[in-house]
Every structure is written in structure tokens, then in C-alpha cells.
Design a protein around this ligand. Structure first.
Ligand SMILES: [Zn+2]
Length: 445
């Protein structure tokens, strides 16, 4: 504890321009998710409650308020607008600002790259579900007038400047009739455009460009000689980390390739890395799967922290909103948080340490009794934890999330802030976009 005190006393803000920014977003990553992930990792390493996650070593942290303009509990699209744009309506995003400042940009996710959070870095759209033109037409809007998100990523002012795009979602980029390389349903586009080919053709005019769709190919990419990289590793969202799909690289492998390519820009870079499946697993109340995704997210952060210099790279780690996961019961120290937690003193039956307040894990009563989880397959990777209220998919939860920060101006992130504050601080630190900037503040007498 004396050591901990000393490190607090030694903490000094880094008052410099941030050359690079890496924005790690854990979708739906509540504080309870982070705590459970720490306990789960500690159970594996033997450090138990003393385990320290990579982001916990960052010197500064703040609580973040996530409510949206019309709801106390936000969806991912509204929160992306806030934490990337700095307002509750569409304006220039931090991705746009980085481009305009001559920095390289990249997005990495395990969801479809056109999904709400990554799309927030480049797309302007009235509707988060308009990921391809068919989605627009289905809603009786004109896809000629309203460019879908995939088209904006390949042809839009901001999207077309993104150098590294890694994630899932091939269906949104290829026309109907095009067979997917992994089988199953093919392309979904009505307009006949093959946006993967378009991307490759455009980028090959500008430099060395590579498209890849599976892990084996991806791991052979020579990042030292690649200027543009598009990796679409799944037809839809990428597979669950807990299922270890062979064609899917890990989040850490994708973050590594992105950093290696982007760091060659002397002007610096802005990289957005999303642990997108944490939220999707929570929506199904599958806590083992959600925690596995959170552990993969932490590995990517650990890697990024190890290969970047805190004197020039600002790293932030946060969530767009919470999920209704709760850590329950009085488990003994050293117990497995993914296991049964404690016993009810009413019905005498055990309950799992991780439970949800709402979602598809609701079971109701069987013969007037709560189902006994010890009689269920609760070690199954896709086991749905019990929920108090039935919903086909969990609703997001509304309490504050946490943000961890390391690097130049990370000391701006202390206390409690609106989610829309985040890009204002990032712009200030990196001297990009509108509003106050560290660099111009320095020029004043
Ligand atoms: Zn969600």
C-alpha cells in the first residue's frame, strides 16, 4: 500500500501535444463487466482479487455519463455520436478532424465494420440500420439520395481516407448473387456494387493496398509495406471469442496490424478499436462469452500500451453504455466469478455469481419454484445467466461507465464528465478540429 501511495505521489501530467490517439471502446462494458473480467483473469493467473488489468495501470480515470438526448439509457448510435462528435447531433467527428489534421486513421472491431460504433467515426446517417443500400430501400427511402454506411466507408469524404479497416460484415459490401467465401448467404446489396473491389481499385492507385478475409492470409500481410488494409473476416459480425473461429484473427492481432501500419505516418494517427461483441454477448445474457470478449479486449489494450510511448500516444479505454450485469452473493475469496455464487436463504438453492436484471435469461418459475442453476449446464460457454425480467434481448443499463487514460493530457480525464466531453478533450490534446487546442493555447502570451 506504501508503494501504491508512492506511485500516486509520483504522478505527473504529461503536458504535450498527443501525436497519436488510440480510442478503445468496450461496447456495453459496464464497470461490473470490468470487475468480473479482472476476477476471471485473476482466477486463471492465480492472482485472484490482486490481478491488475492493463488499463488499471493507466494514471487517470473518470466516470462518464451516458444518457442520450431523449433517453436516460442510450443506444450505441446515440452514444457514438456523443463520444466521437462531441454533440448530441451529427457534426464533424474526431475521425474527420484527425483526417483534416493530416493524421492517418484506422478502425478495428469484431462487429460488422458498418455497425453503430465504428460507423460513428466516419458515417453521417439518419438511421443506424442503413448499413447497405438494401437496408435503405427496405425503409422506403431512396438509396440514391441517402448513401448507406458501407458506401460512405468506401466512397465518402471521411470513410475513403481511413487507411486500416478491420472487422466483419462482408454482406454489406457485395451485391446479391455474389457468393461469400465462407459459404452461407452471399452479398446483400441491391445496387450491384462490389464495394470491396471498388475499395481495392481506389486504394491501389494511392499505394500498396491489401484486402484479406481470413486469419491465415491476414497474418502474412507485410505491414511494413502496406499503406491500406481492408480485412473483412466474416459475413456478419465476427465469431465469439469463446468459440475461437479459425478464420477470425483476435482483436489483439488486428490492433497490432493497425498500429504497425498507422505508426509509419510522421503526422501521427487516430485509431478506434472496439470490443464490439461484449455488448452483443450481454444482450443474450451470456456472461461467460461476454467476459471472454472483455479479456480479449484487455489483451489488445495491453499490447497497444506496450508498443506505444506514453509521451506521444494518448490511449483512452471506455464504454458507450452499461449492461445489466450484477456480481452477486458472498463468494469466498479466490472463488471463480463465473461459477455458482451463493445460496438463497429463502429457497435454499444456489444462484450464479453473475446475474442479469433483465434479458432472455429470464426463466420464470417451474412448479412454483425458481429453477436450480446447479441442475443446468452452467459451465457451457453460451449459458444464459438468469435475469429478473424477461426481454428477448437485454436493454442497455443507465449507470455511469468508467474511462481510463494514459499519455499526453490524460489528466483531463478525472472526476465525472459527459460522454460528449471526450472528443473535446481529444481534440485539445491532439490539436485537431474546432474549439480549444493545446497548441494554440501555448502560443498565447
Ligand atoms: Zn447494445
Amino acid at each position: 500500500m506504501q508503494e501504491e501511495l508512492q506511485s500516486q505521489l509520483d504522478k505527473t501530467p504529461i503536458v504535450k501535444q498527443a501525436k497519436n490517439i488510440i480510442f478503445f471502446l468496450g461496447d456495453g462494458t459496464s464497470i461490473s463487466t470490468l470487475t468480473a473480467a479482472r476476477l476471471a483473469k485473476g482466477h486463471l493467473t492465480g492472482n485472484h482479487e490482486h490481478e491488475v488489468m492493463a488499463y488499471e495501470k493507466f494514471p487517470y480515470s473518470t466516470l462518464i455519463k451516458t444518457y442520450s438526448s431523449d433517453k436516460v439509457v442510450t443506444d450505441s448510435a446515440a452514444s457514438a455520436t456523443a463520444y466521437l462528435n462531441g454533440v448530441k447531433a451529427n457534426q464533424a467527428t474526431i475521425g474527420v478532424d484527425a483526417n483534416e489534421a493530416g493524421k492517418s486513421t484506422g478502425i478495428v472491431t469484431v462487429t460488422r465494420v458498418t455497425h453503430a460504433s465504428p460507423a460513428g467515426t466516419f458515417a453521417h446517417t439518419a438511421e443506424r440500420h442503413w448499413e447497405n443500400d438494401d437496408d435503405v430501400n427496405d425503409d422506403d427511402y431512396d438509396s440514391e439520395k441517402c448513401d448507406d454506411i458501407a458506401e460512405q466507408l468506401v466512397l465518402g469524404d471521411t470513410g475513403s481516407k481511413i487507411k486500416v479497416i478491420l472487422g466483419g460484415g462482408r454482406q454489406k459490401f457485395t451485391p446479391k448473387g455474389v457468393v461469400d467465401p465462407e459459404g452461407g448467404d452471399g452479398g446483400k446489396r441491391d445496387d450491384g456494387k462490389n464495394l470491396i473491389e471498388t475499395w481495392l481499385n481506389h486504394k491501389q492507385e494511392l499505394g500498396n493496398a491489401t484486402y484479406t478475409w481470413n486469419r491465415d492470409q491476414f497474418l502474412t500481410v507485410d505491414t511494413a509495406n502496406t499503406d491500406y488494409l481492408l480485412g473483412l473476416f466474416d459475413w456478419g459480425h465476427m465469431g465469439w471469442a469463446i468459440d475461437k473461429e479459425p478464420s477470425n484473427p483476435t482483436l489483439q492481432e488486428m490492433a497490432k496490424a493497425a498500429i504497425e501500419i498507422l505508426q509509419r505516418d510522421d503526422n501521427g494517427y487516430f485509431l478506434f478499436v472496439e470490443g464490439g461483441n461484449i455488448d452483443l454477448a450481454h444482450h443474450k445474457n451470456e456472461y461467460r462469452s461476454a467476459i471472454e470478449e472483455a479479456l480479449e479486449f484487455e489483451k489488445a489494450i495491453s499490447y497497444a500500451a506496450s508498443v506505444t510511448d506514453p509521451e506521444e500516444t494518448l490511449i483512452i479505454v471506455t464504454a458507450d453504455h452499461s449492461q445489466p450485469l450484477v456480481i452477486n452473493g458472498y463468494q469466498e475469496r479466490g472463488a471463480d466469478v463465473l461459477d455458482l455464487g451463493d445460496y438463497s436463504n429463502v429457497d435454499g438453492m444456489p444462484f450464479t455469481a453473475l446475474l442479469y436484471t433483465q434479458g432472455p435469461g429470464y426463466r420464470g418459475e417451474v412448479n412454483g419454484e425458481r429453477p436450480d442453476p446447479s441442475l443446468e449446464d452452467y459451465t457451457n460457454p453460451h449459458y444464459a445467466g438468469a435475469a429478473a425480467v424477461p426481454l428477448t434481448s437485454s436493454n442497455h443499463a443507465g449507470e455511469d461507465v468508467i474511462l481510463y487514460a494514459r499519455g499526453p493530457h490524460s489528466h483531463l480525464f478525472t472526476g465525472i464528465h459527459e460522454n460528449a466531453f471526450i472528443p473535446h478533450a481529444l481534440r485539445y490534446a491532439s490539436c485537431t478540429g474546432h474549439g480549444l487546442q493545446f497548441c494554440t493555447q501555448q502560443e498565447q502570451p
